[in-house]
Design a protein around this ligand. Structure first.
Ligand SMILES: [Zn+2]
Length: 93
């Protein structure tokens, strides 16, 4: 699993505090937390508003990553699922 480059020291006093508060890199779930921040839905699939004020929680079902999503703007709640492959039938035109 590709993660951020850890060879660069994370502390720079000229930068503001990290708003995402990632766990220490030694924690077993640290790479998953980083992937969550990179891959989670950023906008509501119903109204298009930013999900920064909403909720996005993630779990896994086999190879799928499921993001339970709640939008603070329109109150839509649902799952967004990431998967590597899909088999889709397209009707003939
Ligand atoms: Zn919405």
């Amino acid at each position: 699993m590709a993660t951020h480059d850890r060879s660069v020291p994370p502390f720079d006093p000229s930068l503001p505090p990290d708003p995402h508060r990632l766990p220490p890199p030694t924690e077993w779930f640290s790479p998953h937390a980083e992937r969550h921040l990179l891959d989670r839905p950023k906008f509501c699939p119903m109204c298009g508003s930013s999900l920064d004020g909403g909720l996005t929680s993630e779990w896994w079902v086999a190879e799928e990553r499921v993001f339970l999503t709640w939008c603070a703007s329109c109150r839509w709640t649902g799952n967004v699922v990431l998967f590597d492959r899909a088999i889709i039938e397209e009707p003939e035109h």
